[in-house]
Design a protein around this ligand. Structure first.
Ligand code: F3S
Length: 377
């Protein structure tokens, strides 16, 4: 690596500098990488120039997936994306393609083929994906930034610190949940926990949750805090070894979630329902189709997912589109310019309820998938 291409040398310098800052004893090999920083809305012209320049001499050495773009690459015109935006977005996509990154355009790499095993050292950007990988899969990653994940992709290494080390994965605080949760309430709960704790590694007691509910929980925790790992008693892979030293205890009750919901409401009505933050799985798409059939919502429904999930859910997508819904691929409600279409949005995601107002000035109503479809908007 002492030689290497300009991009490889730059990447190694970045990783060594990061390791020095965090006191890493060495660089370790990673088995998978997930990079962020693919939406033109988020990274702008400076980001476009950086990835284009970098891609001239950078090639991914380990399996690498990438976060959502700022538009549906194939159907951007149908979602009112300005042409100038689309041209620049396409250049960013091309730069990642050139680097050998898998064209997942998804924030849920673990649902589109990049699913590490317990104990694997990985380098994942995208806070919602990193927290899921640590907590639910038992893989080991810090919450990487776009550049450090990209550096790991083209060198195959990351500095050995933080959540790569056993001792930093132990629980630091206990949370007892005294309410039974379902669906989007996991997202409310995650927002609440992040606000309450701020940092550390919580062990949560009293919840179970499907994979998609834990995906929502982690995304919301990582939005409202620095937390990048949690354990769930009786469920997640490392909970038994993590529980050694947890003197601090918090309790969560239903009224906490009701208060969080009030806090996240920035609007009173909505002209579009946007589902998929994080992007929807096959099971979630199926739920959207079923609820649309049951409630025939009067406001447009846009369901955000990845092209790989869409390929597996073709029949479900047909049902959604036949009922007037739109399935948007490669992007998500926050990193595309959805504000050009809908300044007022209905969502079931605490992360979306934070970012739609802060990134794009949109007003948000947060509720369950079912309630949003049942209401008039
Ligand atoms: Fe994913 Fe976009 Fe939400 S990247 S977690 S859907 S903000």
């Amino acid at each position: 690596m002492a030689g290497g291409t300009p991009a490889e040398r730059k990447a190694m310098e970045l990783l060594v500098a990061l390791g020095d800052i965090y006191g890493a004893d060495r660089l370790i090999e990673v088995t998978s990488v997930h990079v962020s920083g693919a939406s033109y809305k988020i990274i702008g012209d400076a980001g476009l120039e950086f990835v284009e320049e970098f891609s001239k001499s950078a090639r991914a050495k380990v399996p690498t997936t990438v976060n959502p773009l700022g538009m549906d690459l194939r159907a951007w015109r149908e979602t009112h994306i300005p042409e100038a935006f689309a041209l620049k977005q396409a250049r960013i996509a091309e730069a990642y393609r050139r680097m050998g990154v898998k064209e997942t355009w998804s924030c849920v790499p673990y649902q589109v083929g990049n699913r590490p095993r317990a104990g694997d050292h990985i380098a994942w950007a995208e806070s919602s994906a990193a927290i899921f990988a640590n907590s639910v899969l038992g893989a080991r990653t810090n919450r990487e930034g776009g550049p450090s994940a990209l550096a790991a992709a083209i060198t195959g290494y990351t500095p050995n610190y933080g959540l790569h080390l056993e001792e930093n994965r132990e629980a630091t605080v206990r949370v007892i949940v005294r309410a039974s949760l379902k669906g989007y309430e996991y997202s409310l709960m995650g927002h609440h926990l992040g606000k309450l704790l701020g940092s550390g590694v919580p062990i949560i007691e009293g919840i179970a949750g499907t994979e998609d509910e834990l995906k929502a929980l982690g995304a919301a925790i990582a939005t409202s805090s620095d937390i990048t790992m949690f354990h769930i008693k009786g469920l997640t892979p490392e909970w038994e070894t993590a529980i050694r030293n947890t003197p601090e205890v918090h309790e969560v009750e239903r009224q906490d979630l009701e208060r969080v919901k009030e806090e996240l409401m920035s609007g009173e009505d909505y002209e579009l329902i946007a589902f998929g933050c994080p992007q929807l799985s096959e099971a979630e798409l199926e739920e959207v189709a079923r609820l649309m059939e049951a409630h025939r919502p009067k406001v447009p429904v846009w369901a955000f997912t990845s092209r790989l999930v869409a390929d597996r859910a073709a029949t479900t997508i047909l049902r959604i589109t036949e009922l007037g819904g739109r399935v948007v691929l490669d992007t998500c409600p926050e990193v595309m310019p959805l504000d050009l279409v809908a300044p007022r949005v209905g969502t079931a995601s605490a992360k979306a309820a934070v970012y739609l107002p802060s990134l794009s000035g949109q007003k948000v109503v947060i509720d369950s998938h079912e309630e949003l479809m049942r209401k008039k908007g």
